[in-house]
Design a protein around this ligand. Structure first.
Ligand SMILES: CC(C)(COP(=O)(O)OP(=O)(O)OC[C@H]1O[C@@H](n2cnc3c(N)ncnc32)[C@H](O)[C@@H]1OP(=O)(O)O)[C@@H](O)C(=O)NCCC(=O)NCCS
Length: 166
């Protein structure tokens, strides 16, 4: 398996992988593939990583610039998606490991909204006062690279379509 940056011909396969993976997720909105397209169109994909094997694109991870409160410099990971037929083979771990490695070079930390049962293994955790309006606080997690204690609303790129109070 290879983790690499997206290239133009991956774009249809990325849409399929994201749509198929998110069907498994009760809390998915069904708009995740569209969010990736909007981020791409706005030049806001800080990372757009595909996992590929001989069968083609089997996994995908996006990251985009985010703020926590007034503080810029956070890399927001999501969506993360692996084809259901390829779950539990380490694809998600490989994507997350590479994303964290790259974000360390450019960001003060990484943040995401997701299941703590999965993302805790990469060092993500909730922080007092860190949140996203309308999301359970335990799902809003960060991995500061500089030891800081993130506090405030995790402000997503407008492509996510959230109604966020700054
Ligand atoms: C979450 C996801 C990306 C993980 O990808 P993956 O390639 O299966 O992950 P890995 O193989 O690296 O890790 C699998 C392990 O994570 C566990 N895991 C997967 N989702 C989990 C969750 N929500 N909570 C707790 N553990 C989880 C699996 O049980 C497995 O455990 P094991 O190592 O003890 O067998 C994938 O399951 C997926 O695409 N799910 C649907 C979309 C989604 O939930 N995206 C994340 C939110 S944006």
């Amino acid at each position: 398996m290879l983790i690499r940056d997206e290239i133009a011909r991956d774009i249809p396969a990325i849409g399929r992988v994201v749509t198929e993976a998110m069907r498994m997720l009760a809390q998915a909105s069904g708009t995740e593939a569209g969010i990736v397209e909007k981020l791409r169109a706005e030049g806001a994909l800080a990372l757009s990583l595909v996992a590929e094997d001989e069968g083609g694109v089997i996994g995908y991870l996006a990251a985009s610039p985010a703020r926590i409160g007034a503080q810029p410099g956070w890399g927001l990971i999501g969506p993360v998606a692996v084809l259901p037929s390829r779950h539990s083979q380490g694809v998600g771990t490989a994507l997350m490991t590479e994303a964290i490695r790259r974000l360390r070079r450019t960001c003060r930390g990484a943040a995401l909204v997701g299941d703590p049962g999965y993302y805790g293994r990469f060092g993500f955790r909730a922080f007092p006062g860190l949140g996203v309006t309308g999301c359970p606080p335990e799902a809003v997690q960060a991995l500061p690279f500089d030891g800081s204690e993130p506090c405030g609303e995790l402000i997503h790129h407008p492509a996510f379509g959230l109604d966020q109070q700054e």
